[in-house]
Design a protein around this ligand. Structure first.
Ligand SMILES: [Zn+2]
Length: 517
Protein backbone atom coordinates (compact mmCIF):
# COMPACT_ATOMS: atom_id res chain seq x y z
CA UNK A 1 0.00 0.00 0.00
CA UNK A 2 2.73 2.43 0.99
CA UNK A 3 4.73 1.50 -2.06
CA UNK A 4 1.76 2.28 -4.30
CA UNK A 5 1.29 5.64 -2.65
CA UNK A 6 4.92 6.55 -3.21
CA UNK A 7 4.83 5.48 -6.82
CA UNK A 8 1.68 7.51 -7.46
CA UNK A 9 3.60 10.63 -6.59
CA UNK A 10 6.48 9.95 -8.91
CA UNK A 11 5.90 10.93 -12.54
CA UNK A 12 6.48 7.77 -14.56
CA UNK A 13 8.48 9.63 -17.19
CA UNK A 14 10.92 10.84 -14.59
CA UNK A 15 11.88 7.39 -13.35
CA UNK A 16 12.14 5.83 -16.78
CA UNK A 17 15.54 6.10 -18.34
CA UNK A 18 17.27 8.09 -15.64
CA UNK A 19 20.71 6.78 -14.75
CA UNK A 20 20.80 6.91 -10.96
CA UNK A 21 18.17 6.76 -8.24
CA UNK A 22 19.64 9.84 -6.60
CA UNK A 23 19.27 11.81 -9.81
CA UNK A 24 15.75 10.49 -10.38
CA UNK A 25 14.75 11.22 -6.81
CA UNK A 26 15.95 14.80 -7.02
CA UNK A 27 14.16 15.32 -10.32
CA UNK A 28 10.95 13.82 -8.90
CA UNK A 29 11.02 16.10 -5.88
CA UNK A 30 11.97 13.28 -3.52
CA UNK A 31 14.09 13.77 -0.43
CA UNK A 32 15.08 10.99 1.97
CA UNK A 33 11.99 9.49 3.64
CA UNK A 34 11.32 10.77 7.11
CA UNK A 35 12.79 8.94 10.06
CA UNK A 36 11.14 9.34 13.44
CA UNK A 37 8.21 11.63 14.20
CA UNK A 38 7.96 14.86 12.22
CA UNK A 39 7.49 18.12 14.09
CA UNK A 40 4.56 20.03 12.60
CA UNK A 41 3.37 23.40 13.89
CA UNK A 42 -0.20 24.64 13.42
CA UNK A 43 -1.27 28.29 13.28
CA UNK A 44 -2.79 30.92 11.03
CA UNK A 45 -4.93 34.00 10.64
CA UNK A 46 -8.20 34.05 8.71
CA UNK A 47 -10.71 36.68 7.73
CA UNK A 48 -12.55 37.97 4.68
CA UNK A 49 -12.20 41.75 4.61
CA UNK A 50 -14.00 44.16 2.31
CA UNK A 51 -11.80 47.13 1.47
CA UNK A 52 -15.07 48.98 0.81
CA UNK A 53 -16.00 48.76 4.51
CA UNK A 54 -15.21 51.57 6.94
CA UNK A 55 -15.45 49.17 9.88
CA UNK A 56 -12.13 47.97 11.35
CA UNK A 57 -11.58 44.64 13.11
CA UNK A 58 -9.81 45.21 16.42
CA UNK A 59 -8.37 42.68 18.85
CA UNK A 60 -11.71 42.26 20.64
CA UNK A 61 -13.39 41.37 17.33
CA UNK A 62 -11.09 38.41 16.67
CA UNK A 63 -11.23 34.94 18.12
CA UNK A 64 -7.64 34.24 19.16
CA UNK A 65 -6.65 30.78 20.37
CA UNK A 66 -3.21 30.25 21.85
CA UNK A 67 -1.31 27.09 22.77
CA UNK A 68 -3.48 24.04 23.46
CA UNK A 69 -6.65 26.16 23.00
CA UNK A 70 -5.95 25.97 19.25
CA UNK A 71 -7.37 22.45 19.41
CA UNK A 72 -10.69 23.68 20.82
CA UNK A 73 -11.71 25.04 17.41
CA UNK A 74 -14.11 22.63 15.68
CA UNK A 75 -11.92 22.60 12.56
CA UNK A 76 -8.94 21.42 14.63
CA UNK A 77 -10.67 18.15 15.47
CA UNK A 78 -9.40 16.33 12.33
CA UNK A 79 -5.83 16.93 13.54
CA UNK A 80 -6.35 14.26 16.18
CA UNK A 81 -6.43 11.54 13.55
CA UNK A 82 -2.70 11.82 12.79
CA UNK A 83 0.02 9.80 14.38
CA UNK A 84 2.32 12.78 14.64
CA UNK A 85 1.04 15.35 17.13
CA UNK A 86 0.51 18.87 15.78
CA UNK A 87 2.27 21.54 17.81
CA UNK A 88 0.06 24.57 18.47
CA UNK A 89 1.10 28.21 18.11
CA UNK A 90 -1.72 30.72 17.60
CA UNK A 91 -4.80 30.93 15.40
CA UNK A 92 -6.78 34.11 14.88
CA UNK A 93 -10.04 34.55 13.01
CA UNK A 94 -12.48 37.37 12.53
CA UNK A 95 -15.95 37.26 11.00
CA UNK A 96 -16.21 38.68 7.47
CA UNK A 97 -16.10 42.46 7.66
CA UNK A 98 -13.77 45.40 7.30
CA UNK A 99 -9.95 45.33 7.27
CA UNK A 100 -8.00 44.37 10.39
CA UNK A 101 -6.38 47.22 12.30
CA UNK A 102 -2.62 47.26 11.61
CA UNK A 103 -1.52 47.18 15.24
CA UNK A 104 -3.83 44.24 15.97
CA UNK A 105 -2.28 42.28 13.08
CA UNK A 106 1.29 43.14 14.11
CA UNK A 107 0.63 42.10 17.72
CA UNK A 108 -0.85 38.77 16.61
CA UNK A 109 1.96 38.10 14.15
CA UNK A 110 4.63 38.79 16.78
CA UNK A 111 2.91 36.45 19.25
CA UNK A 112 2.61 33.72 16.57
CA UNK A 113 6.27 34.03 15.51
CA UNK A 114 7.45 33.91 19.10
CA UNK A 115 5.54 30.68 19.63
CA UNK A 116 6.82 29.29 16.33
CA UNK A 117 10.46 30.00 17.32
CA UNK A 118 10.03 28.05 20.55
CA UNK A 119 9.01 24.96 18.56
CA UNK A 120 12.11 24.89 16.33
CA UNK A 121 13.35 22.76 14.69
CA UNK A 122 10.23 22.13 12.60
CA UNK A 123 9.64 19.82 9.64
CA UNK A 124 6.25 21.21 8.66
CA UNK A 125 3.86 24.09 9.28
CA UNK A 126 0.12 23.81 8.72
CA UNK A 127 -1.66 27.16 8.37
CA UNK A 128 -5.41 27.72 8.68
CA UNK A 129 -6.09 30.70 6.42
CA UNK A 130 -8.85 32.27 4.34
CA UNK A 131 -7.02 34.26 1.67
CA UNK A 132 -9.00 37.50 1.75
CA UNK A 133 -7.39 39.07 4.81
CA UNK A 134 -6.90 42.80 4.47
CA UNK A 135 -4.79 44.73 6.95
CA UNK A 136 -4.60 48.51 7.11
CA UNK A 137 -1.67 49.70 4.99
CA UNK A 138 -0.90 46.25 3.50
CA UNK A 139 -1.82 44.74 0.14
CA UNK A 140 -1.00 41.11 0.77
CA UNK A 141 -1.34 40.18 4.42
CA UNK A 142 -1.20 36.44 3.77
CA UNK A 143 2.04 36.88 1.80
CA UNK A 144 3.47 38.81 4.74
CA UNK A 145 2.44 36.05 7.17
CA UNK A 146 4.04 33.34 5.02
CA UNK A 147 7.30 35.21 4.51
CA UNK A 148 7.59 35.83 8.24
CA UNK A 149 6.89 32.13 8.84
CA UNK A 150 9.50 31.05 6.29
CA UNK A 151 12.10 33.36 7.84
CA UNK A 152 11.66 31.54 11.15
CA UNK A 153 11.38 27.92 10.00
CA UNK A 154 14.02 27.99 7.28
CA UNK A 155 14.10 26.74 3.68
CA UNK A 156 13.69 22.99 4.30
CA UNK A 157 10.47 23.08 6.30
CA UNK A 158 7.27 22.31 4.33
CA UNK A 159 4.44 24.85 4.68
CA UNK A 160 0.89 23.83 3.75
CA UNK A 161 -2.13 26.17 3.91
CA UNK A 162 -5.82 25.88 3.33
CA UNK A 163 -7.96 28.61 1.83
CA UNK A 164 -11.56 29.60 1.42
CA UNK A 165 -12.96 29.45 -2.12
CA UNK A 166 -13.06 33.27 -1.96
CA UNK A 167 -9.37 33.82 -1.31
CA UNK A 168 -6.97 35.88 -3.43
CA UNK A 169 -3.50 34.56 -4.17
CA UNK A 170 -0.31 36.46 -4.86
CA UNK A 171 3.03 35.50 -6.36
CA UNK A 172 4.58 36.23 -2.97
CA UNK A 173 2.24 33.72 -1.29
CA UNK A 174 2.78 31.06 -3.95
CA UNK A 175 6.56 31.50 -3.78
CA UNK A 176 6.59 30.88 -0.03
CA UNK A 177 4.20 27.93 0.33
CA UNK A 178 4.87 24.31 -0.62
CA UNK A 179 1.28 23.10 -0.72
CA UNK A 180 -2.21 24.55 -0.60
CA UNK A 181 -5.83 23.61 -1.08
CA UNK A 182 -9.19 25.42 -0.99
CA UNK A 183 -12.86 24.73 -0.45
CA UNK A 184 -14.58 23.14 -3.40
CA UNK A 185 -18.12 24.09 -2.44
CA UNK A 186 -20.11 27.31 -2.01
CA UNK A 187 -21.94 27.37 0.36
CA UNK A 188 -18.87 25.92 2.09
CA UNK A 189 -19.96 22.48 3.22
CA UNK A 190 -16.54 20.81 2.74
CA UNK A 191 -14.67 22.58 5.53
CA UNK A 192 -13.56 19.37 7.25
CA UNK A 193 -12.47 17.79 3.95
CA UNK A 194 -10.49 20.96 3.24
CA UNK A 195 -8.60 20.67 6.52
CA UNK A 196 -7.87 17.05 5.79
CA UNK A 197 -6.63 17.75 2.27
CA UNK A 198 -4.14 20.31 3.61
CA UNK A 199 -2.93 18.14 6.49
CA UNK A 200 -2.93 14.90 4.47
CA UNK A 201 -0.67 16.49 1.88
CA UNK A 202 1.72 17.72 4.52
CA UNK A 203 1.95 14.52 6.56
CA UNK A 204 2.09 12.37 3.43
CA UNK A 205 4.96 14.38 1.97
CA UNK A 206 6.88 14.32 5.23
CA UNK A 207 6.39 10.60 5.71
CA UNK A 208 7.47 9.64 2.21
CA UNK A 209 10.13 12.24 1.70
CA UNK A 210 8.34 14.17 -1.06
CA UNK A 211 9.06 17.80 -1.78
CA UNK A 212 5.91 19.17 -3.45
CA UNK A 213 5.52 22.46 -5.25
CA UNK A 214 2.83 24.79 -6.53
CA UNK A 215 1.87 25.74 -10.08
CA UNK A 216 -0.66 28.56 -10.28
CA UNK A 217 -2.57 30.58 -12.85
CA UNK A 218 -4.14 33.88 -11.85
CA UNK A 219 -7.33 34.52 -13.86
CA UNK A 220 -8.26 38.21 -14.31
CA UNK A 221 -11.99 37.67 -13.81
CA UNK A 222 -14.01 38.46 -10.69
CA UNK A 223 -17.60 37.64 -9.83
CA UNK A 224 -20.13 38.91 -7.33
CA UNK A 225 -19.99 36.43 -4.45
CA UNK A 226 -23.63 35.52 -4.86
CA UNK A 227 -23.00 34.22 -8.39
CA UNK A 228 -20.21 31.90 -7.35
CA UNK A 229 -22.25 29.06 -5.89
CA UNK A 230 -21.37 25.49 -6.75
CA UNK A 231 -25.05 24.56 -6.30
CA UNK A 232 -25.97 25.67 -9.82
CA UNK A 233 -24.29 26.00 -13.21
CA UNK A 234 -21.67 26.78 -14.25
CA UNK A 235 -20.14 26.55 -10.76
CA UNK A 236 -21.52 23.06 -10.24
CA UNK A 237 -19.69 21.53 -13.21
CA UNK A 238 -16.52 23.64 -12.87
CA UNK A 239 -15.82 22.35 -9.38
CA UNK A 240 -17.34 18.87 -9.71
CA UNK A 241 -14.38 17.16 -11.37
CA UNK A 242 -11.44 18.65 -9.45
CA UNK A 243 -11.01 15.51 -7.38
CA UNK A 244 -10.66 13.53 -10.61
CA UNK A 245 -7.48 15.45 -11.40
CA UNK A 246 -6.13 14.38 -8.02
CA UNK A 247 -5.95 10.82 -9.30
CA UNK A 248 -3.28 11.70 -11.85
CA UNK A 249 0.35 10.74 -11.15
CA UNK A 250 2.31 13.41 -9.36
CA UNK A 251 -0.78 15.46 -8.44
CA UNK A 252 -1.57 16.06 -4.78
CA UNK A 253 -4.23 18.75 -5.09
CA UNK A 254 -6.09 20.81 -7.65
CA UNK A 255 -8.00 23.86 -6.42
CA UNK A 256 -9.92 26.62 -8.10
CA UNK A 257 -10.63 29.91 -6.34
CA UNK A 258 -13.28 32.48 -7.26
CA UNK A 259 -11.30 35.19 -5.49
CA UNK A 260 -12.76 37.98 -3.36
CA UNK A 261 -14.12 40.81 -5.45
CA UNK A 262 -14.54 43.34 -2.63
CA UNK A 263 -10.78 43.68 -2.22
CA UNK A 264 -9.70 46.52 -4.45
CA UNK A 265 -6.04 45.48 -4.53
CA UNK A 266 -3.61 44.25 -7.19
CA UNK A 267 -3.75 40.55 -6.26
CA UNK A 268 -7.56 40.25 -6.47
CA UNK A 269 -8.34 37.57 -9.08
CA UNK A 270 -9.66 34.08 -9.59
CA UNK A 271 -7.07 31.27 -9.54
CA UNK A 272 -6.35 27.70 -10.43
CA UNK A 273 -3.62 26.25 -8.25
CA UNK A 274 -2.10 22.78 -8.12
CA UNK A 275 0.21 21.08 -5.66
CA UNK A 276 2.27 18.10 -6.73
CA UNK A 277 5.61 16.75 -7.77
CA UNK A 278 5.10 16.91 -11.54
CA UNK A 279 5.66 20.37 -12.98
CA UNK A 280 4.69 19.39 -16.54
CA UNK A 281 1.41 17.74 -15.56
CA UNK A 282 0.54 20.53 -13.11
CA UNK A 283 1.22 23.13 -15.79
CA UNK A 284 -1.05 21.28 -18.22
CA UNK A 285 -3.88 21.04 -15.68
CA UNK A 286 -3.61 24.68 -14.62
CA UNK A 287 -3.66 25.84 -18.25
CA UNK A 288 -6.66 23.68 -19.09
CA UNK A 289 -8.74 24.61 -16.05
CA UNK A 290 -7.91 28.32 -16.15
CA UNK A 291 -8.99 28.50 -19.80
CA UNK A 292 -12.19 26.59 -18.96
CA UNK A 293 -13.00 29.00 -16.12
CA UNK A 294 -12.29 32.04 -18.29
CA UNK A 295 -14.54 30.72 -21.05
CA UNK A 296 -17.39 30.18 -18.57
CA UNK A 297 -17.18 33.65 -16.98
CA UNK A 298 -20.25 34.99 -18.82
CA UNK A 299 -22.40 32.07 -17.67
CA UNK A 300 -22.33 32.84 -13.94
CA UNK A 301 -25.62 34.27 -12.71
CA UNK A 302 -27.67 34.95 -9.60
CA UNK A 303 -29.93 32.21 -8.29
CA UNK A 304 -33.03 34.42 -8.02
CA UNK A 305 -34.47 37.50 -9.77
CA UNK A 306 -32.67 40.70 -8.82
CA UNK A 307 -33.51 44.40 -8.69
CA UNK A 308 -33.10 47.55 -6.65
CA UNK A 309 -34.59 47.66 -3.16
CA UNK A 310 -37.61 49.57 -4.49
CA UNK A 311 -38.11 47.17 -7.42
CA UNK A 312 -37.99 44.11 -5.16
CA UNK A 313 -40.34 45.72 -2.66
CA UNK A 314 -42.89 46.68 -5.34
CA UNK A 315 -42.84 43.15 -6.66
CA UNK A 316 -43.25 41.67 -3.18
CA UNK A 317 -46.21 43.93 -2.33
CA UNK A 318 -48.27 42.63 -5.26
CA UNK A 319 -47.18 39.01 -4.97
CA UNK A 320 -50.05 36.52 -4.75
CA UNK A 321 -47.85 34.07 -2.84
CA UNK A 322 -46.01 34.40 0.45
CA UNK A 323 -43.66 34.80 2.14
CA UNK A 324 -41.62 36.74 -0.39
CA UNK A 325 -38.05 36.45 0.91
CA UNK A 326 -35.79 39.31 -0.17
CA UNK A 327 -32.04 39.34 0.35
CA UNK A 328 -30.59 42.71 1.36
CA UNK A 329 -27.43 41.42 -0.30
CA UNK A 330 -25.13 44.47 -0.07
CA UNK A 331 -25.35 44.41 3.74
CA UNK A 332 -24.86 40.68 4.30
CA UNK A 333 -22.44 40.15 7.23
CA UNK A 334 -21.69 36.67 5.89
CA UNK A 335 -19.69 38.21 3.04
CA UNK A 336 -18.29 41.29 4.81
CA UNK A 337 -21.32 43.61 4.90
CA UNK A 338 -21.90 45.91 7.87
CA UNK A 339 -25.38 44.58 8.75
CA UNK A 340 -26.45 47.92 10.19
CA UNK A 341 -27.64 49.72 7.07
CA UNK A 342 -31.14 51.19 7.00
CA UNK A 343 -31.80 51.58 3.27
CA UNK A 344 -34.30 48.72 3.25
CA UNK A 345 -35.98 49.83 6.47
CA UNK A 346 -36.38 53.34 5.08
CA UNK A 347 -37.99 51.92 1.92
CA UNK A 348 -40.38 49.73 3.95
CA UNK A 349 -41.53 52.67 6.06
CA UNK A 350 -41.87 54.95 3.03
CA UNK A 351 -44.04 52.36 1.24
CA UNK A 352 -46.07 51.70 4.39
CA UNK A 353 -45.44 47.96 4.03
CA UNK A 354 -46.97 45.82 6.82
CA UNK A 355 -46.61 42.20 7.86
CA UNK A 356 -42.84 42.25 7.37
CA UNK A 357 -40.01 40.44 9.14
CA UNK A 358 -36.74 42.39 8.96
CA UNK A 359 -33.94 40.11 10.08
CA UNK A 360 -30.34 40.76 11.00
CA UNK A 361 -29.98 44.42 12.03
CA UNK A 362 -26.91 45.01 14.22
CA UNK A 363 -27.27 47.83 16.73
CA UNK A 364 -25.61 47.60 20.14
CA UNK A 365 -27.15 50.75 21.71
CA UNK A 366 -30.68 49.82 20.57
CA UNK A 367 -30.26 46.23 21.80
CA UNK A 368 -28.97 47.43 25.17
CA UNK A 369 -31.94 49.82 25.44
CA UNK A 370 -34.34 46.90 24.85
CA UNK A 371 -32.71 44.89 27.66
CA UNK A 372 -32.97 47.87 30.00
CA UNK A 373 -36.66 48.30 29.14
CA UNK A 374 -37.62 44.60 29.32
CA UNK A 375 -40.06 42.41 27.39
CA UNK A 376 -43.42 44.08 26.86
CA UNK A 377 -42.05 47.62 27.20
CA UNK A 378 -42.64 50.32 24.59
CA UNK A 379 -39.77 52.69 23.90
CA UNK A 380 -38.44 55.11 21.29
CA UNK A 381 -35.45 53.73 19.37
CA UNK A 382 -32.83 54.91 16.95
CA UNK A 383 -32.14 51.94 14.68
CA UNK A 384 -29.06 51.25 12.55
CA UNK A 385 -26.05 53.19 11.25
CA UNK A 386 -24.08 52.82 14.49
CA UNK A 387 -21.13 50.92 12.97
CA UNK A 388 -20.82 53.13 9.90
CA UNK A 389 -22.68 56.42 10.39
CA UNK A 390 -21.37 57.71 7.04
CA UNK A 391 -23.01 54.99 4.93
CA UNK A 392 -26.62 55.83 5.82
CA UNK A 393 -28.77 57.55 8.43
CA UNK A 394 -30.40 55.87 11.44
CA UNK A 395 -34.19 55.39 11.50
CA UNK A 396 -35.98 56.92 14.48
CA UNK A 397 -38.96 54.89 15.70
CA UNK A 398 -41.26 56.59 18.23
CA UNK A 399 -42.86 53.45 19.63
CA UNK A 400 -41.17 50.08 19.44
CA UNK A 401 -42.53 47.19 21.51
CA UNK A 402 -40.00 44.69 22.88
CA UNK A 403 -41.34 41.21 22.07
CA UNK A 404 -38.37 39.02 22.97
CA UNK A 405 -34.98 39.19 24.69
CA UNK A 406 -32.64 36.22 24.52
CA UNK A 407 -31.17 35.37 27.96
CA UNK A 408 -27.41 36.04 27.77
CA UNK A 409 -24.55 36.36 30.21
CA UNK A 410 -22.60 38.96 28.20
CA UNK A 411 -24.22 42.14 26.82
CA UNK A 412 -22.32 41.71 23.53
CA UNK A 413 -24.32 38.53 22.86
CA UNK A 414 -27.68 40.27 23.32
CA UNK A 415 -30.45 39.94 20.74
CA UNK A 416 -33.97 41.33 20.75
CA UNK A 417 -37.16 41.17 18.72
CA UNK A 418 -39.12 44.41 18.39
CA UNK A 419 -42.32 45.46 16.63
CA UNK A 420 -43.20 48.83 15.14
CA UNK A 421 -45.34 50.07 12.24
CA UNK A 422 -46.32 46.58 11.12
CA UNK A 423 -42.68 45.46 11.05
CA UNK A 424 -41.11 42.78 13.23
CA UNK A 425 -37.35 43.27 13.42
CA UNK A 426 -34.46 41.48 15.08
CA UNK A 427 -31.69 43.48 16.73
CA UNK A 428 -28.34 42.12 17.84
CA UNK A 429 -25.55 43.69 19.84
CA UNK A 430 -22.83 42.34 17.56
CA UNK A 431 -22.61 41.46 13.88
CA UNK A 432 -23.90 37.95 13.35
CA UNK A 433 -25.77 35.90 10.77
CA UNK A 434 -29.55 35.53 10.80
CA UNK A 435 -29.88 33.39 7.72
CA UNK A 436 -31.60 30.17 8.78
CA UNK A 437 -35.25 29.76 9.73
CA UNK A 438 -34.04 28.29 13.04
CA UNK A 439 -32.18 31.44 14.01
CA UNK A 440 -35.57 33.22 14.03
CA UNK A 441 -37.56 30.38 15.57
CA UNK A 442 -35.06 30.38 18.46
CA UNK A 443 -36.33 33.89 19.18
CA UNK A 444 -39.99 32.90 18.94
CA UNK A 445 -40.46 34.24 15.39
CA UNK A 446 -41.73 32.07 12.54
CA UNK A 447 -40.63 33.50 9.18
CA UNK A 448 -43.32 31.46 7.37
CA UNK A 449 -46.05 33.61 8.96
CA UNK A 450 -45.04 36.89 7.28
CA UNK A 451 -45.98 38.31 3.89
CA UNK A 452 -42.48 39.67 3.33
CA UNK A 453 -39.18 38.58 4.92
CA UNK A 454 -36.14 40.80 4.40
CA UNK A 455 -32.81 39.24 5.36
CA UNK A 456 -29.31 40.62 5.46
CA UNK A 457 -27.96 37.73 3.43
CA UNK A 458 -27.05 36.67 -0.10
CA UNK A 459 -28.17 33.37 -1.55
CA UNK A 460 -30.65 31.77 0.80
CA UNK A 461 -29.94 29.25 3.51
CA UNK A 462 -31.63 25.91 2.62
CA UNK A 463 -34.19 26.34 5.43
CA UNK A 464 -35.21 29.72 4.00
CA UNK A 465 -35.10 28.56 0.42
CA UNK A 466 -37.88 26.05 1.04
CA UNK A 467 -40.06 28.78 2.58
CA UNK A 468 -39.45 31.47 -0.03
CA UNK A 469 -42.42 31.94 -2.31
CA UNK A 470 -40.75 33.51 -4.22
CA UNK A 471 -37.16 34.57 -3.43
CA UNK A 472 -35.78 37.90 -4.67
CA UNK A 473 -32.34 39.45 -4.33
CA UNK A 474 -32.05 43.19 -3.83
CA UNK A 475 -28.76 44.52 -5.21
CA UNK A 476 -28.56 46.96 -2.33
CA UNK A 477 -25.68 49.34 -1.60
CA UNK A 478 -23.08 48.36 0.97
CA UNK A 479 -19.60 47.02 1.63
CA UNK A 480 -20.33 43.97 -0.54
CA UNK A 481 -22.49 45.50 -3.24
CA UNK A 482 -23.25 42.70 -5.71
CA UNK A 483 -23.54 45.21 -8.56
CA UNK A 484 -19.76 45.01 -8.93
CA UNK A 485 -19.44 47.12 -12.06
CA UNK A 486 -20.26 50.11 -9.88
CA UNK A 487 -18.22 49.41 -6.74
CA UNK A 488 -15.09 51.28 -7.76
CA UNK A 489 -12.10 49.65 -9.34
CA UNK A 490 -8.92 51.62 -8.76
CA UNK A 491 -6.10 49.29 -7.78
CA UNK A 492 -6.79 45.96 -9.48
CA UNK A 493 -4.97 44.70 -12.56
CA UNK A 494 -7.02 44.98 -15.77
CA UNK A 495 -9.85 42.60 -14.93
CA UNK A 496 -13.09 41.39 -16.44
CA UNK A 497 -15.88 42.60 -16.17
CA UNK A 498 -14.48 46.13 -15.71
CA UNK A 499 -12.51 45.60 -18.91
CA UNK A 500 -15.30 44.03 -20.96
CA UNK A 501 -13.18 43.16 -24.01
CA UNK A 502 -10.13 41.87 -22.13
CA UNK A 503 -8.09 39.35 -24.11
CA UNK A 504 -6.41 36.75 -21.95
CA UNK A 505 -4.79 33.33 -22.17
CA UNK A 506 -3.49 31.35 -19.18
CA UNK A 507 0.10 31.94 -18.09
CA UNK A 508 0.96 29.23 -15.56
CA UNK A 509 3.42 30.30 -12.88
CA UNK A 510 5.75 27.79 -11.23
CA UNK A 511 6.52 28.76 -7.65
CA UNK A 512 10.06 29.83 -6.82
CA UNK A 513 10.38 26.98 -4.30
CA UNK A 514 9.36 24.45 -6.95
CA UNK A 515 11.81 25.90 -9.48
CA UNK A 516 14.74 25.68 -7.09
CA UNK A 517 14.31 21.85 -7.13
ZN1 LIG B 1 -16.12 31.94 1.06
Amino acid sequence: MRRRLILKMIPAGVLAGLPTFAGAARAAGLVPAFRGTPRIAVGGIASECSTYSRIRARMEDLTVLRGQDVFKAPLSLPLQRYEAPFLPTLTASAPSGGPVERQTYETLKADYLERLKKLLPLDGVYLMMHGALSVEGMDDAEGDWYEATRAVVGPDCLISAYYDLHGNLSRRAVDTLDAMTAYRTAPHVDRVENVMRATDMLTHCLRYGLRPGIVWASIPALLPGEQSSTEWEPGRRLWADLSEYNRLPGILDVSQLVGYVWADEPRAAASVVTTGTNIEEQTRIVTELAARYWDARHDFHFDSPTGTIEECLSRAMVSATHPVVISDSGDNPGGGGNSDQTFFLQALLKAGTKDVLLGGMTDRPATDACYRAGVGATLPLSIGATLDPLMCRPVHVKKAVVKHLTPVTRPEDGEAVIEFAGITATLSARRRLYHSAESFRDMGVDPAQFKIVVLKCGYLHPTMKVLANPALMALSPGAINQDILHIGNHRRQPTWPWVADLNWTPEPYISARFRRG
